[in-house]
Design a protein around this ligand. Structure first.
Ligand code: 5CA
Length: 190
């Protein structure tokens, strides 16, 4: 008998299908993907490859307006940077209730697409470092894998530096720091 697709997952699949993209959702029966750390462990990816979909709210004359940040799992949003990009006064992190009411999804499962209404999305350029990234698929136990350039198109995101600067390493042989250019070409590009 065919299994029933969870309605939250179906909203994500439908949003992708509207842009002619077919997604495969991976659902975990026993493992949680509630946090970026959980998701990285569940799919065997590095933390930076996990997409955090974080809801912020700013003020407009018509009331609170959501802005969703797609952030590499290794990064944190710097609100002042996001405010400069979004141009919204009073920008702050949404409460769990606001995030649910504004997107239609629960915290830990908020996907980058398929929200209740069209929502502004800003994307962290660091996600472009990876061939594919993993994002929440609508519930805290499901994710999907997608090339970052496809994610940008699906979410109609503005790519902008919104993450806190990483701590500078004093070790010259250590990992490079700072944002790299976002790759919009084929995932196989160098
Ligand atoms: N499924 C994972 C990886 S794809 C995920 O959704 N990660 S997340 O980072 O996008 O969502 C979890 C985030 O929800 C955490 O970063 C946490 O800061 C945030 N969160 C948890 N509780 C609350 C709350 N009460 N209010 C606002 N944000 C919350």
């Amino acid at each position: 008998m065919p299994s029933v697709v969870h309605p939250a997952h179906q909203r994500v699949l439908d949003a992708a299908a509207r842009k002619a993209v077919s997604l495969e959702i991976l659902t975990f029966e026993d493992d949680s993907t509630h946090t970026a750390e959980d998701a990285a462990r569940a799919v065997g990816a590095e933390l930076g490859q996990i997409v955090k979909s974080l809801v912020f709210v700013g003020l407009t004359d018509d009331g609170p307006e959501p802005v969703i940040c797609l952030v590499s799992g290794a990064n944190r949003v710097e609100v002042s940077r996001l405010a400069a990009v979004a141009g919204l006064p009073g920008l702050r992190r949404a409460t769990a209730q606001e995030a649910h009411d504004l997107t239609g999804f629960v915290i830990g499962g908020i996907p980058p697409i398929g929200h209740l209404r069209p929502t502004r999305v800003v994307m962290d350029p660091d996600l472009g470092r990876f061939t594919t990234v993993w994002a929440a698929a609508g519930t805290p136990n499901a994710v999907f894998e997608v090339p970052p350039a496809t994610l940008r198109i699906l979410s109609n995101a503005t790519v902008a530096p919104i993450a806190e600067e990483p701590q500078q390493s004093t070790d010259a042989t250590g990992p490079a720091t700072g944002a790299t250019a976002f790759r919009t070409g084929a995932p196989s590009e160098a």
